[in-house]
Design a protein around this ligand. Sequence first.
Ligand SMILES: Cc1cc2nc3c(=O)[nH]c(=O)nc-3n(C[C@H](O)[C@H](O)[C@H](O)COP(=O)(O)O)c2cc1C
Length: 195
Amino acid sequence: MASRADARRIVVGVTGASGTPLAARCLRMLREIDGIEVHLVASEAARTTAAYEFDGPFEDLTALADVCHDDAALDAPIASGTFETGGMIVVPCSMKTAAGIASGYSDSLLLRAADVTVKEGRRLVLVAREAPLSVIHLQNLTRLASLPGVSICPPVLSYYHRPESLEDMERHIVAKALQQLGVDVEGFARWGEAS
Ligand SMILES: Cc1cc2nc3c(=O)[nH]c(=O)nc-3n(C[C@H](O)[C@H](O)[C@H](O)COP(=O)(O)O)c2cc1C
């Protein structure tokens, strides 16, 4: 798919944590917003998990992005800080990927793009998913949360917005994560504002 000239670029990383439908929801919601060019990179494990959690071929998910990069393509534009972006969201984010980002171990494009996002001081949002969380997971996430621009935004349930469907719940989780990237989603129920 061709990239949209003059659009604000957002990098979306998808890993093998449970939550492929959240990745698809995020990509669909970003498509609804004018002026955003989405660069997608998915890990190999993301494809494995998608086989259990996503209806249809993985290509249906990658087709939701403007540009889809191979995770092995360490020479892709998003591997360099000179390629300007408005930040990156990893949805869902596995504990392995969280560990990789926390330690600066960038042996895949997804990890390198996250590393670049951190080193350039851009916003990085991690929809980190595991249960229960071990001390190792928590230490890695704490390390990441202490970095400027990094938000840990786990896909936790909320009820105050009165969700009536799984889609309502997913939209709220993703909208909250995108809010951390500075991306406003129409219809997002903000506390204290009439919906
Ligand atoms: C169906 C399924 C669900 C999984 N859910 C999680 C999860 O919620 N969190 C997690 O950290 N790993 C989960 N994993 C394990 C990761 O896929 C595995 O650690 C993988 O190496 C992550 O690699 P990646 O970070 O490069 O995508 C799951 C695996 C499968 C097959």
